[in-house]
Design a protein around this ligand. Sequence first.
Ligand SMILES: [Ca+2]
Ligand SMILES: [Ca+2]
Length: 258
Amino acid sequence: MRTFRRLSLPAKIAVVVIVFAVVANAFGAFRNDDGTSGGTTSETLPETTSSVPPRGSADTTVPTTTPAPTTTAAPAPPSSSGGGSSDPLAGLTVAAERRAGYDRDLFDHWIDADGDGCTTRFEVLIIESRTPVSISGSCTLSGGSWVSPFDGVATTNPSDLDIDHLVPLAEAWDSGAHSWSASRRRAFANDLDLAAALVAVTDNLNSQKGEQDPAEWLPPRAAYRCTYVRDWIAVKKKWELSIDPAEADALRRVLATC
Ligand SMILES: [Ca+2]
Ligand SMILES: [Ca+2]
């Protein structure tokens, strides 16, 4: 300080200018080093980091959010599990039978619906004859020939044949007909529209079958059983009759062999 006092005014000014220049130069050096030197000062300068988002965090989060790999895992439709739609018993209700109140006379059967003199019984014989049938008098048939599907026995004598309700009247009652009107029971008992509903069969087999369903009785002719069971199902479906659990098992058991 003593030497500074001894200096002349121009010299002092020169010293001040030099000192100022050195200091100013030093500040300039710090600013230029911000981007390159990466010293501790660069981390504290807010100007450079404010315009650019925090790089470290931004750069790592972007790539993790842009890919969406979840869409490849989503489509997994197990719709190829067919089989349910091919169930031959689909649409049938499985329920316990209900016998209370049954009387065969509640089914008005063997009517002459079209008034031509031939009852339903004779209509079936005429339809199922394998040869032309002549009808005379009060529906007397001649010239017919039949083969009973239950046993394969052929006959030309219609009195050897019974007309079987494939689903017996009692079975129908047990599986839903108990809640029907009399006219619906009559329609069921005289169903000529569904070929499977009424079948001309050897009379003693019709008696043997009685009121039994496929869990209890099947036709003796094994080659016919698949048709018998399919026809049974067709009748039950048409008339919206239920099947009992044992009956359902029997139907499936037979169908598995077809
Ligand atoms: Ca008739
Ligand atoms: Ca049954």
